[in-house]
Design a protein around this ligand. Structure first.
Ligand SMILES: N[C@@H](CCC(=O)N[C@@H](CS)C(=O)NCC(=O)O)C(=O)O
Length: 207
């Protein structure tokens, strides 16, 4: 089984945290031919990473790859112990994919010089406050997003929070979490997990 990704990809990063945590037999490789290449396009119609290559098929979309890996390798589960806890974990992953990922776009565009209007950034900050409120409401763990062990929610969230911090520093906007104590506590404590720390260091090395 091969995972094609780059160290800088937050979507690849969430899968790598799972692979390292569970010590899975998955070889991690750079995308064939590199990003945007004909080889990557012929491997996957989305031409995006991560791609999980099985014997005779591929799986795309980081969340689906992660769910597949949980089904395939249930030991040291990153799901909940009950259906309700698993639903909580999926809500937090879902908030990340559905709300947080698009909410980072104005910051990315601003940094790329595609949009120089700081008013859009202010709107972006307000949108992030709204999203932080959702996390705060649904988080139930202390050191982890949900309960007391690493879950798929932590894997999905932390690489995006890493980039959120980079963007807030680069564009000089205040994204402090004073009004969101659970989220703030999580952001500090989750980095103590060895698999999380390893992946964050790998992202950091690309910058
Ligand atoms: N929803 C996808 C997002 C994947 C994605 O956007 N990957 C980026 C790298 S971080 C990519 O491959 N971008 C190349 C492109 O859009 O051409 C997932 O969760 O796997």
């Amino acid at each position: 089984m091969k995972l094609y990704t780059t160290d800088g990809s937050p979507f690849g990063a969430r899968v790598k945290i799972q692979i390292y945590k569970k010590n899975l037999p998955v070889e991690i490789l750079a995308p064939p031919g590199g990003m945007g290449s004909a080889e990557l396009k012929s491997l996957s119609p989305s031409a995006k990473i991560p791609v999980l290559a099985l014997e005779d098929s591929i799986i795309i979309e980081s969340e689906i790859i992660q769910e597949y890996l949980e089904d395939k390798f249930p030991k040291l589960s990153l799901r909940g112990d009950t259906a309700e806890t698993t639903a909580h974990i999926r809500m937090l992953s879902g908030i990340t994919d559905i709300y947080l990922v698009p909410a980072l776009q104005p910051f990315r565009s601003y940094l790329k010089g595609e949009n120089e209007n700081r008013a859009n950034l202010q709107e972006g900050v307000e949108n992030l406050q709204y999203i932080f409120g959702m996390y705060e409401y649904f988080m139930t763990g202390n050191n982890f997003a949900v309960s007391e062990k690493l879950s798929l929610a932590d894997c999905a969230m932390i690489p995006l929070f890493y980039y959120l911090r980079c963007f807030s520093k680069a564009v000089d906007v205040d994204l402090s979490l004073t009004d969101f104590p659970r989220l703030a506590n999580w952001e500090t404590n989750i980095k103590k997990d060895k698999a999380v720390d390893r992946v964050l260091q790998e992202i950091e090395a690309t910058r």
